[in-house]
Design a protein around this ligand. Sequence first.
Ligand code: CCH
Length: 287
Amino acid sequence: KKPKTGKGWIPSFKDYQDVYNDIAAILEDNDYDDGSYAPVLVRLGWHASGTYDKETKTGGSNGATMRFEPEAGHGANAGLVVARDILEKIRQKHPWITYSDLWTLAAVCAIQEMGGPIIPWRPGRTDKDVAACTPDGRLPDASKEHKHIREIFYRMGFNDQEIVALLGAHAIGRCHPDRSGFDGPWTFSPTYFTNSFYKILLETKWIYKKWKGPVQFVDQESGSLMMLPTDMALVKDKEFRKHVERYAADEKTFFDEFAAAFGKLLELGVPFEKDESFRFKRTTDDE
Ligand code: CCH
């Protein structure tokens, strides 16, 4: 077997599939949170990409600058060290892959392995140094509402429909008081990727949570689910609500539109050398 390094060596689809399989294998091998690292890996891929600014063409997944201070220490990134540390182990086994390709591939793997849609993904990102770190404040602030969400996502180049589709990722994972200050999961199945975020958002009676923490909502019936002020903005705003209703009614539509928007998010600002036909689909079955 030839070593996977050195000038002229180019990774094949199979090499990326091997990385994918190794990530898939460690997702549920733990007592972490609800029994899976998958949600926090999706959050890492999103926060690595969501710093993109289309005017200055800075930020985005290319660079993996969250490896460095100050970006690692930005308030929005609290807790993501867990995700970066798990992936460090994968990287030691596959030292040829860039962190920026690894982090985005891990998010794709996590979504697919949780039963979500196939996300279009292609390699080609390079890692940058600390000088490419983005300024604090590029990621959304959960205590705000429609105007803020639009400002943040329009800056990346998304429209209202794509914003609502992306937020459906809150079907998975949870808020941690020691990270964001908020508390609780959005759904009863936080390790399954479904359209349940929209259904629960529409069908539940939400009340303000009575506590000393930041303003958030809790479901009146069980008291165990939560919504952020930014999540609630999706049903208060007429344009957003239209799409919440579409996705709650039809999971296939949500999956298709989520896959397109998330695939786009992971590619913002990346100067790919290969065209879109180089995108490929990975499965754990190596199909
Ligand atoms: Fe999110 N998210 N997110 N989010 N998010 C949090 C957790 C997750 C906002 C705020 C928060 C997206 C958009 C937004 C995930 C995926 C996406 C938390 C809790 C806050 C706060 C963090 C903690 O305490 O651990 C806001 C505000 C917005 C936009 O307005 C988008 C887009 C995505 C992906 C497509 C995932 C997954 C989690 C769960 C992480 C975990 O550790 O369980």
